[in-house]
Design a protein around this ligand. Structure first.
Ligand code: DC
Length: 235
């Protein structure tokens, strides 16, 4: 697949819509770099929790904290990708339900978003990326070559997340996962800046009755179409 500068796939959607799995698989297939922006918001939440900062009372400190963090995604020997923050591998810690729940209010702090969006744009400056999150197509890369908005019903998304957490050995019930997800969806969709929203020119894909392979295949088809269109426009 062509390695062009500024070529960019944005994948947005709510928690549990399959963004990470699909974005990682598409990135692998086309040889682009996969960037999970949710991991970065989770890392800010983790660092704030470690310092005992409160989201309501210490929003300013959390904003300042975000500006001190250096983010780097590194491939592991096992073929996975881990997020390193100021040189520390935080991958395991950022995946707990507690950090996940905390990351939603942290991501609504304007200065946190400002720093993270700048870091995300810098990561994509010199290499083609598949970037997934909530605001990639609307705010971070409004000029992305391809924008995909993944959806699935709340129950199906909670079921997927529950299975994932159980496989990781987390002791949570399906009802807890569904309740936490609803709260997070609500907050992520209604916050003042960069709410979760489908970009007007994004292709919406409802994944309820699709396998991961189906979705990846569909996104690959859309990408080939976009690359052809952009070649024709450039010709
Ligand atoms: O995708 P995730 O569950 O790992 O994301 C964690 C939180 O970060 C989620 O509550 C929404 C927020 N987030 C965001 O506001 N913008 C992004 N681009 C990615 C995630």
């Amino acid at each position: 697949m062509a390695q062009r500068t500024g070529c960019m796939i944005a994948i947005d959607g709510p928690a549990g819509s399959g963004k990470s799995t699909v974005a990682r698989a598409v990135a692998d297939r086309v040889g682009y770099t996969y960037i999970d922006t949710g991991a970065m918001y989770r890392a800010v939440a983790l660092m704030a929790m470690r310092r005992g900062l409160d989201v309501e009372d210490d929003a300013e400190e959390i904003g300042a904290l975000a500006s001190e963090l250096d983010f780097e995604f590194r491939a592991t020997d096992a073929g996975a990708q881990h997020l390193f923050v100021n040189g520390e591998d935080v991958e395991r810690e950022i995946r707990t339900p507690e950090v996940g729940n905390h990351s939603s209010p942290v991501s609504a702090i304007p200065r946190v978003r400002e720093h993270l969006v700048a870091a995300q744009r810098a990561m994509a400056r010199r290499r083609p990326v598949v970037m997934e999150g909530r605001d990639i197509g609307t705010v971070v890369f409004p000029d992305a070559l391809l924008k995909v908005f993944l959806t699935a019903s709340a129950e199906e998304r909670a079921r997927r997340r529950y299975t994932e957490l159980h496989q990781r050995g987390e002791d949570v019930s399906y009802r807890e996962v569904l309740a936490a997800q609803k709260e997070r969806d609500e907050r992520d969709s209604n916050r003042a800046i960069a709410p979760l929203r489908k970009a007007e020119d994004a292709v919406e894909v409802d994944t309820d009755d699709m396998t991961v392979e189906d979705v990846v295949h569909h996104v690959m088809g859309l990408l080939v179409e976009r690359l052809r269109e952009s070649d024709e426009q450039g010709a």
